[in-house]
Design a binder for this molecule. Structure first.
Ligand code: FAD
Ligand code: NAP
Length: 341
């Protein structure tokens, strides 16, 4: 069992915002035994820690005084398959998009709409990642997680995870209690249920000249749309959508429609609607605003960006100003989706 603690490590390669901060210690976790050894050691007790996968949903506002556990648990095992479906267990450190591409290559359906989302498989249940009308909960079967006090492995089924819109139990009552080590998914092997009605997928498939689409076509369409709209973190630091789309009551919405007829919203249920946070922010003139080396992305008002050398505190302050302005005008409190450290 080989592992080592590295001291005073730069976190710049480990966060897609590209924040140039250090942590006191960092350790790579390549299997459950290593994880258990670390968390049961006296070094770990009463120490600040953060688990990182791909660092694509975090903002560091300062150096991190504590231990970073970098999840590198690999592996992919078929647990069950028949003619119709396959149940596959994936190491938490596997790259999410690598997993999606593997599924497409095997003709396993269910994750094609979630193509090109950065980060790790292990983080996918954390906020129930979602895009183009599909969420990880739709293909999730089970996960294994190491309890950070006892070192025991606990199993969580779909209902145990309390998945919601960009939410799970691990962001709420079980925050910082578990290290997710493996995630199991149930995917289709034929009769795939394609979801092409969301956003620009249909148009992109038409542009591609596709008449009868496959999961590979849908994945390619999603990749094309994302590449045309979203900043590539390898070029411009960002963590995707900084804010969640807020859910408000229909009475509140009706009042807003009377004042702002162009407001963009989608029904959630009979009493609630989801308002496009991007529209709210754009309507206040924030899209494309730049403040030296940071700002709001020019194509997507939900994405805050680091053009190079920005400080996490500046990005956090910018997000606070946006929250205040949206609150002032629309009486809607935006919530941050990105995890702040
Ligand atoms: P990290 O950023 O490393 O961690 C995120 C949080 O999860 C942290 O609090 C961390 O402590 C915790 N965590 C990570 N791994 C574990 C683990 N194994 N056990 C316990 N806790 C853990 N998200 C979407 O939902 N949909 C999108 O379409 C989408 N598009 C994006 C596009 C871009 C360009 C970018 C930069 C981000 C996007 N995101 C999107 C956000 C992000 O990619 C996802 O939330 C992703 O799942 C984060 O994975 P990660 O491994 O990078 O997590
Ligand atoms: P888009 O297609 O321009 O749509 C704008 C917003 O409207 C999205 O936030 C989406 O909500 C909502 N929307 C669009 N069509 C909808 C429908 N038919 N029913 C319900 N809601 C609908 O969005 P985009 O910015 O290009 O992103 C495309 C997809 O990728 C979205 O699903 C988005 O969530 C996801 N994405 C997520 C992140 C992240 O970091 N979380 C970053 C980039 C893209 P939803 O967000 O609820 O889907």
């Amino acid at each position: 069992m080989l592992f080592e603690y590295q001291n005073d490590v730069s976190l710049r390669p480990f966060n897609t915002f590209g924040m140039d901060v250090n942590c006191t210690e960092l350790c790579e976790i390549t299997n459950e035994d290593i994880a258990r050894k670390i968390i049961l050691s006296s070094k770990f007790k009463n120490k600040s820690f953060v688990i990182l996968g791909g660092g694509s949903n975090v903002l560091f506002t300062d150096n991190f005084e504590g231990l970073v556990l970098l999840n590198k648990i690999e592996g992919l095992y078929i647990l069950f398959e028949n003619d119709k479906e396959v149940v596959v267990e994936v190491g938490a450190g596997v790259g999410w998009h690598d997993f999606v591409l593997y599924c497409i290559a095997q003709n396993w359906g269910g994750v094609e709409n979630l193509s090109l989302i950065p980060g790790s498989v292990g983080a996918s249940p954390m906020q129930n990642i979602g895009a183009y009308g599909v969420e990880v909960k739709d293909v999730f079967y089970e996960l294994q997680a190491l309890h950070l006090e006892t070192g025991e492995i606990h199993y969580f089924k779909n209902e145990d995870c309390k998945f919601g819109y960009r939410e799970s139990v691990f962001k709420n009552e079980l925050k910082d209690k578990y290290l997710i080590t493996r995630v199991t998914f149930k995917l289709t092997k034929n009769n795939h249920v394609l979801n092409t009605s969301y956003g620009a997928i249909e148009d992109e498939l038409n542009n591609m000249g596709v008449e009868v689409s496959t999961i590979k076509d849908v994945s390619n369409a999603v990749i094309k749309i994302r590449q045309s709209k979203l900043p590539n973190p390898a070029e411009i630091g960002n963590a995707g959508s900084f804010f969640k789309n807020p859910v408000i009551g229909t009475e509140h919405l009706n009042h807003l429609i009377s004042l702002y007829p162009n407001i963009v919203y989608y029904p959630v249920n009979e009493e609630e609607v989801k308002v496009a946070a991007g529209w709210l922010i754009d309507s206040l003139g924030w899209k494309g605003k730049t403040f030296g080396n940071y700002g709001v992305h020019k194509n997507q008002a939900l994405v805050l960006v680091n053009y190079g050398g920005a400080k996490g505190k500046d990005i956090l302050n910018l997000s606070e100003q946006i929250i205040q302005e949206v609150m002032g005008k629309y009486n809607i409190r935006l919530e941050r989706e990105v995890n702040i450290y």
